[in-house]
Design a protein around this ligand. Structure first.
Ligand code: BEZ
Ligand code: FE
Length: 309
């Protein structure tokens, strides 16, 4: 950075700017922990580096403060605009990447999203987690294993997804509980359930984050996906989704950068008269089917959840 508005920045000005950074960095010397001191000093350096690199104007600073204020005003118990901001900036996925390093053949993690609910109903293997939510029935099955191939009986599998209109139950504001459940892997580490064929949907875009996406010409739409969280004692908690091979949103892009190639799965579509794997009568509806074999890394159990409200 040697110029501002075409004029060179004097060495005296540069010295003044750097002196301010040193002064702010030093102000954190007495922080209550080394980690807090490290975080605040690094934040100071990076924030000032950004301000200096872009030569931030006072008008831009005011707009940034208004953006953050608006994000605060729209945030409630169920709407977390700062998490959305983190998501669309890729910060959430960066935190996921740092905290879930690749481990042998373990299934990759992705962003948690804001629509998980703690007390989703339990279903038995083979039951339906849609609970009446609209969409094409989809039979999902797979195994839960460790990296050495050992089955993990009793692994807890949380699943949740949007309906075919692109909404999670919690977005209807009427206390319904649908398209979410938890189940447990059986003695062979196998699981199966009926859900909905995933469809693309936008992240909430009626607030400042949506306005920012519109201003920069970005779509709020996420690639079609089905969320999973899998926990078992002695294994690293896995928060992930599966995506649908062939979904055109995979080409356009996922608004929160959550897609990983290994998480894109083949989904088969069957006509209404095709027999279902468990003999279930779907009342003359076509249905879909996929398989997701899950591999857990060894670990402590409860892991990171980036992006929960
Ligand atoms: C979701 O997967 O539902 C989601 C993730 C990040 C932001 C908004 C929604
Ligand atoms: Fe989602």
């Amino acid at each position: 950075m040697t110029e501002q508005d075409g004029a060179p920045i004097s060495s005296e000005q540069t010295v003044r700017e750097q002196a301010l950074i040193e002064e702010v960095v030093a102000s954190f010397a007495g922080a209550e922990s080394e980690r807090l001191k490290f975080l605040m000093q690094a934040l100071t350096r990076h924030l000032h580096a950004f301000i200096r690199e872009v030569r931030l104007t006072e008008d831009e600073w005011n707009q940034a403060i208004k953006f953050l204020t608006d994000a605060g005003h729209i945030t409630t118990e169920t709407r977390q605009e700062f998490v959305l901001l983190s998501d669309v900036l890729g910060a959430s996925m960066q935190v996921v990447a740092i905290n879930n390093p690749e481990y042998a053949n373990a299934t990759e993690a992705t962003v948690f999203g804001p629509f998980f609910v703690e007390d989703a109903p339990e279903i038995r293997n083979g039951e339906d987690m849609a609970f009446g939510a609209a969409g094409e029935p989809c039979y999902v099955e797979g195994t839960v294993r460790g990296v050495d191939g050992e089955p993990i009986p009793g692994a807890r599998i949380e699943v949740w997804e949007a309906d075919e209109d692109g909404f999670y139950d919690v977005q209807y504001g009427d206390d319904r509980m649908a398209a979410r459940a938890h189940l447990f892997a059986d003695e062979q580490g196998e699981y199966r359930f009926w859900g909905l064929f995933p469809t693309p949907y936008p992240i909430p875009y009626d607030g400042p984050v949506g306005a920012m996406l519109a201003a920069v010409g970005r779509s709020p739409v996420r690639a079609s996906h089905l969320h999973f969280m899998v926990t078992a004692p002695g294994y690293r908690t896995l928060v992930t989704h599966i995506f649908v091979r062939g979904d055109e949103q995979l080409v356009i892009g996922d608004s929160v950068f959550g897609v990983k190639e290994s998480l894109i799965k083949d989904f088969a579509h069957h006509p209404a008269d095709a027999p279902t794997p468990d003999g279930r009568d779907l009342g003359g509806r076509p249905w879909a089917q996929t398989r997701f074999d899950i591999v857990l890394a060894p670990g402590e159990g409860e892991g990171m959840r980036v992006s929960g409200v």
